[in-house]
Each structure stands twice: as C-alpha cells, then as structure tokens.
Design a protein around this ligand. Structure first.
Ligand code: ZN
Length: 137
C-alpha cells in the first residue's frame, strides 16, 4: 500500500485498464493493469489514515518486466480456476463458482501473498484514479 506522499512528482495517467486484481477492499487494491500496450503492476494509495475508501481511489502504476507479468498471469489463472472471481478483463479466464472460505484458505497456504516480489519499490510511471478507468476494450 502507498500513502499520499508517494504521489509527489507523479503525473496523472488516463486510459489505464485494470485487467485483474489480487487484492480487493471496496474495490481493487492491487493487480495488473494495461497502459499504452504494456502491462504494469498497480497498487492503491491510502489517502486517509482511517482507511476511509469513500470517494475516488488512486493507484500507482509500477514497471514490471515481461517475465514477471507472465508469472503474475499464471498466479492469477490459478487463483481464478481454484477460487474464482478476480477478472476485470474480457473474455474472462476460465473460472469456477466462488470457493468456500476453507478452499480459499488452502489456496493462500500454497501461494503465500508475502512470497511474491515487492513491486511497490519499482519505478512508478504515474498514477490513475478509479474514475479514469475505462472498460477493457
Ligand atoms: Zn482473468
């Protein structure tokens, strides 16, 4: 998660398409997005200390390389196949009906969230707001 300070020096981007998310709280918090025909990692900015998500949310786009994007796609497809419901792209990945809490817990046991790379320290190309997201073309 980012704080408002991380926005300093970054410009607003438009026409950013969120493809899927790996974290959700009242909306996507992190995941993969497409911008200018490239894939980037996005991470939400926490604007209020009290975790108040009312109002538009901002996300920072981070550079990841093609191998990392491919690895994240594999994780995403595996998650959707076994747990379900994280695609915002069309057509959606083959998915199952939403998993039970126990099935979800087992998936996270095999794919601990903290084991992945820390993309938040990667170069940022700018930020975008939820309100500037368009539907995936
Ligand atoms: Zn998907």
């Amino acid at each position: 998660m980012h704080t408002a300070r991380d926005l300093v020096g970054l410009s607003e981007l438009t026409a950013v398409y969120i493809l899927w998310f790996d974290d959700w709280y009242d909306g996507p918090r992190s995941g993969l997005a497409r911008y200018q025909d490239r894939e980037f990692w996005f991470a939400a900015v926490e604007l209020a200390a009290d975790d108040d998500w009312r109002g538009p949310r901002r996300h920072i786009l981070h550079v990841i390389d093609e191998d990392e994007a491919a690895a994240e796609w594999r994780e995403h497809r595996s998650f959707v196949a076994e747990v379900g419901g994280a695609c915002l792209h069309e057509p959606r990945c083959p998915e199952r009906p939403l998993a039970t809490v126990e099935e979800m817990r087992r998936w996270y046991e095999r794919h601990p969230p903290e084991s992945g790379p820390d993309y938040l320290s990667r170069p940022a190309v700018g930020w975008f707001g939820d309100e500037s997201c368009s539907d995936d073309p």
